[in-house]
Design a protein around this ligand. Structure first.
Ligand SMILES: Nc1ncnc2c1ncn2[C@@H]1O[C@H](COP(=O)(O)OP(=O)(O)O)[C@@H](O)[C@H]1O
Ligand SMILES: [Mg+2]
Length: 322
């Protein structure tokens, strides 16, 4: 606990809607050590992005976050906007799914990269420009010095995503939040970009939270995996434990739905029946409607997130009964 870089306690995100309130993130608690790579997996609508947005102070106007997000000892949820701005440009960085949302289309790529170093690190224009080119080279942008003078639209999708990684890691943040950073890319490029992100993260000692709906991706890159459903942590474990000995019926379902070599010829095998839950407020377990092994009280009693071993937690009434 004392060496925790990030300590999230009971993070809850609610949205106000005309018909009432909806809970997108429901009492999520997480700890991350410096340099650690954590994956957050879950189907679309499970609340993955809202966790990151809450941390970055980027919730939509009708959203509200409660709880604590202690980052280097400061609660990001109560930090004055100016201090939060300073943290975001420096120790905390985020990569979005669509790089065009973060890149300025009218500004040369090299200048965009250099800007952060000038503003946050006090480098001269020349120093910052040189650093920017060096970083573009590190993310394997060919002919980086010439490319730095081009505009974002002159880059391919894969290259733009690598530019985003360069930009996010340039300030050597302590924590990088990556929200499905490669979903828009084709599969072979996805793997290259993610490997590169992990490699650079290791070099700069940056901890990473990688949000994805793809269990295969987290298996390759993450030390620890958190499985999210209906805004709640269903299970959390070291990556090997989660793949070898998952306990939550939802995790088991996700793993069964993962394409493997031996099942590649029978796609859709193991798909979890039912529709993913999205938002809303549940008294029992959010997975109850789709769970094949549910107990009578699963619909009414919230299962506590229990420690099964020092690095393994799950929220399921069945695991408590075993
Ligand atoms: N501005 C908003 N108003 C109401 N509900 C929202 C808003 N933004 C997100 N949500 C809801 O929050 C839930 C979680 O969304 P999100 O974190 O984006 O899911 P994920 O990233 O896991 O796909 C969804 O049910 C979504 O509809
Ligand atoms: Mg999302």
């Amino acid at each position: 606990m004392t060496d925790s870089l990030l300590s999230i306690r009971d993070l809850t995100v609610r949205f106000r809607l005309p018909q009432g309130e909806t809970t997108a993130v429901d009492r999520v608690s997480l700890d991350l050590a410096p340099g650690e790579v954590m994956g957050i997996v879950g189907e679309s609508g499970s609340g993955k992005s809202q966790i990151l947005y809450a941390m970055m102070g980027l919730l939509a106007a009708n959203g509200r976050a409660e709880g604590q997000v202690l980052f280097q000892g400061q609660d990001l949820l109560t930090l004055p906007p100016r201090d939060l701005d300073r943290v975001r440009g420096d120790a905390l960085s985020m990569i979005f799914q669509d790089p065009m949302t973060s890149l300025n289309p009218y500004m040369r790529v090299g200048d965009q990269l250099a800007e952060g170093l000038i503003v946050h690190k006090g480098l001269s224009k020349a120093q910052a420009g040189a650093e920017a080119v060096r970083m573009l080279d590190r993310v394997r942008i060919p002919d980086a010095a010439a490319r730095a003078r081009r505009y974002p639209h002159e880059f391919s999708g894969g290259m733009r995503q690598r530019v985003m990684i360069a930009m996010a890691l340039l300030a050597k943040p302590k924590l990088l939040l990556a929200d499905e950073p490669t979903t828009a890319l084709d599969v072979t490029i996805q793997a290259q970009v993610l490997d590169l992100m992990a490699e650079l993260g290791r070099e700069t000692g940056t901890a990473i939270i990688l949000v994805t709906h793809d269990l295969g991706v987290v298996a390759r890159l993450c030390d620890r995996v958190v499985v999210l459903y209906g805004g709640r942590v269903m299970e959390e474990a070291r990556a090997e434990t989660l793949y070898d000995a998952p306990v939550h019926p939802y995790t088991r379902g996700l793993l069964a739905a993962m394409p493997r070599l031996e099942t590649a010829l029978t796609p859709r095998l193991g798909t979890i029946p039912g529709t993913p839950r999205s938002g809303g407020t549940v008294s029992g377990c959010p997975f109850v409607d789709r769970c094949e092994v549910r107990l009578p009280h699963c619909a009414t009693e919230r299962p506590a997130l229990r420690d099964l071993s020092p690095f393994h937690r799950a929220a399921c009434h069945l695991t408590g009964a075993q």
